[in-house]
Structure formats: C-alpha cells, structure tokens
Design a protein around this ligand. Sequence first.
Ligand SMILES: NC(=O)c1ccc[n+]([C@@H]2O[C@H](COP(=O)([O-])OP(=O)(O)OC[C@H]3O[C@@H](n4cnc5c(N)ncnc54)[C@H](O)[C@@H]3O)[C@@H](O)[C@H]2O)c1
Length: 439
Amino acid sequence: MAKISVFGIGYVGVVSAACLAQDGHKVIAVDIVADRVAMINAGQSPIVENGLAPLINAAVASSTLTATLDADTAVRDTDASYVCVGTPSNRDGSVGLAYVSEVCSIIGRAIAAKTTFHSVIIRSTIVPGTMESVCIPLLEAASGKKAGVDFGVGYYPEFLRESTAIADYYDPGLIVFGALDQPTFALLTLLNRDMPCISHQVDLRTAEMVKYTSNAWRAVKVTFANEIGNIAKACGLDGQLVMGLLCSDDKVNISSHFMRPGFAFGGSCLPKDVRALRQLARAKDVAAPLMGAVLQANEDQIARAAKMVTDTGETSVGLVGISFKPGTDDLRESPLAELAARLIAQGLDVQVYDPNVSIAHTLDADASGRGNEVVPDLRARMVPTIEALIDKAGVILVGNSYADAAAPLARAMQGQPMVDLTRLQAGIVSHGTYQGICW
Ligand SMILES: NC(=O)c1ccc[n+]([C@@H]2O[C@H](COP(=O)([O-])OP(=O)(O)OC[C@H]3O[C@@H](n4cnc5c(N)ncnc54)[C@H](O)[C@@H]3O)[C@@H](O)[C@H]2O)c1
C-alpha cells in the first residue's frame, strides 16, 4: 500500500484519487477550492463522471481517501504526490504552466521539511522539456534538495476519456511514464502492477511528447472522419457507412501501417488520389482543408530532406534508392526521384544506387526508369554497387534500405556524412555526422 497525495481535484485528480483509494492505497486529495475539498470529505463527487460517486463515497467511508486545503501536511503524510492541476492554453496557444509551477513550488517547500524520500509525479499535460526546464528547477529551488537523489521525480501522463474515465483507468490502452530515479520508477511500476497492459518506461521528455501525440492523433482522426463525411454527404452518400467500412480493415487502415515517421509518401496512387479527392470536394463546394494540408505537408517533407542534405555542405550526393519504395522499380511520383531532381537543380552531383531500377534499365534499353519524369539522365547517374556509391559520395542519402547495402552503410555511418530517411538500424538516433529525418 502506498501513501499518495493528489494535487488538483479536477477530472484527472479526482478519478486518480478515487481509483488509487479503491485499490487500497491511502490517498490525500489537495485543492485550493474549499468546496471541492468539502465535497470529497462528505463522500460526494465534485464532478459528473460515470461510477465515480460510489467510489468516492466508499473510499471516504473507509478512510482511504480524505481531502484537504493543507498542502504541507498532505506532502508530509504521504510518500508521493501526483500533480493533476490544469494547464490551460495561454493567449498565444502555448501551454499554460502557472498552476503546475505554483504546485511545484508548494510541494518543493514541503519536501524541504521532510526527512523521508518523496516522489513528485506530474500527470498534467505539459510540452516536452517542461519537466527539465520548469518543474525540476522549481522543485529544487523550493526544497534546496537535488532531484533524482534527495527526492524523486516522474512524469506519468493520463489518457482517460471523460465519461468513461474509471473504465479507462482500469483498462488503459497505454501506460507510459518516465522518472529520474529508481524509487519513482519502482513506485509507478507497483501502482500499475495489476493493469492489463504493459507499462512503458521511457525518459521524461518522451513521456511528455507521447501525451501530445496521443491527443493530436485523436483530433486528426475526428477531423479526417468529418472531412470524409462532408465529402460523402455531398456525393449523396452516408459518411458513417464509408468510415465504418474503412475502419473494418484492421490489417492496414486501423493498424500501425503508415504510422512510422520518415520520408514523404508517393507512388502511383496516394498523391494522385488525394489530389482527386480534394478536387472532388472543390467541385462539390465542400471544404477539405485536411486534404490540402496533407499534400502541402508531403511537399514540405521533401523540402526538409533536401535542406538536410544541403546543410551538410557536401556537393556530391550518393542516393540509396530512388524508386518510391524498396522492392519495386516503380518511379511514378517517387518522392525520392523528386528529391534527387531538386538536389540536381541546386547544382549538386547526385549518383544513385537502386538495384531494382538498374534491373529495369537492363530490361528496357531506352527508358530512363519506370515512370521517371523528373530525372531525365537517371541512367547515367546509376552506380552498379553500393560500395562504389559510398566511395564517390560526399554525403550518403538513404532513401530505401536493401539487404546488400546494410553492412557497407553501417560502416560508412561511422564517419561519412549521412542523411537517413528510412532508419537503417532500429533505435539509431542522430549523432555526429549521421542525421535521421525524424529521429
Ligand atoms: N480532463 C481530461 O479528460 C484530461 C485527460 C488527461 C489529461 N488531462 C490533463 O490533466 C490536467 C488536469 O486536467 P483536469 O481536466 O483534471 O483539470 P481541472 O481544471 O478539472 O482541475 C484542476 C484542479 O486543480 C486545482 N488546483 C489549481 N491550483 C492548485 C493548487 N495550487 N493546489 C491544488 N490544486 C490546485 C483546481 O482548483 C482544480 O480543481 C491538465 O493538464 C489536462 O490537460 C486532462
């Protein structure tokens, strides 16, 4: 059994407090609003949420849950604090940290007076880097102690959905947390021991980023479904039926396919069909800003890759792969061919290794490649082996991965400038002269 103080009796705090108490932990809920504290102590829920009132009532009756305005006592009498205060938008849309900052200072001052180890676990939604640049400095300044050594620090985002919050708490889709220290990791692991999903342990900033990624993804899903629904209705169709059929494909559509950060999409279908859908919407006088943004963002990803190459200052580029994906010789709307064309137009000497396009050239003596419309002299730029390409290149630009290229590229990565759009090795991140496009 753990002893935990929960700062903020709002949606997140009160659900966390009630569920922790239900699980047998001793919980002290803290708020600055006297009415909220009084309601908890009277066994009532301060918010409307399915199944919450009976949990609070039972927890208060068995004295596993109490509430107070007294932050010092709450910190003194517990081993860890959850921070669940609001982070409303500032006027410019940035995250508002006034409440989180205030609570960190309050908890820090209370920790100064403690002789036992105390962990501070932030659950409020905060942008990556906030723990390190705001929360930890405030806690250290107020406590006069060293984070991760004299007291614990963790970031543990909450993914509950209001109205199904308690069900979500006990059957979460994702548990992820970061901590500076082993005792805090151990506590969070213990608190999640019986949950029916894996607890992912990451660094603080990754945990912070995952929360925003999750909410942005949910928002994109809603907007995508609405935009398709609007176009479908304009065509006399049932948008919910269309989206329902899309979602029934859990092999490709509702799966992790196409969800791996990297280079732009291309090929003979996706760009053409997104353009056509956008035009259809225009013809039907339906707004489809997301389709427009998708095409623009794809353009921007090609520009980003081009800039990464020119930023190296190298003038000769060894491009690994030019077809739109490995395993094919198809160059129709390949973003790698477009990238090569842009680099050539900027005066760079681009050489290409692509075993499948080389085969296509031997099969068709006259063609510059299957569907290649942007690099007319591609045939002359082809290099027969990966070793020859690496030898000639100032910077290696990895667009596709090929089994025979893996070992030579791994060696080249040690010192030769490299821009990687596909991630040659699992888990590798940008370092030295190696730059991954999204890692
Ligand atoms: N609401 C959700 O569904 C949800 C889900 C996941 C994450 N989040 C995130 O969790 C955080 C909290 O959200 P919420 O909806 O529960 O907020 P909320 O506004 O409902 O509750 C915040 C509570 O904190 C209290 N508070 C403010 N300053 C305090 C202080 N110094 N000491 C103690 N209590 C203090 C407020 O009085 C209030 O009761 C936000 O960062 C939010 O983005 C919310």
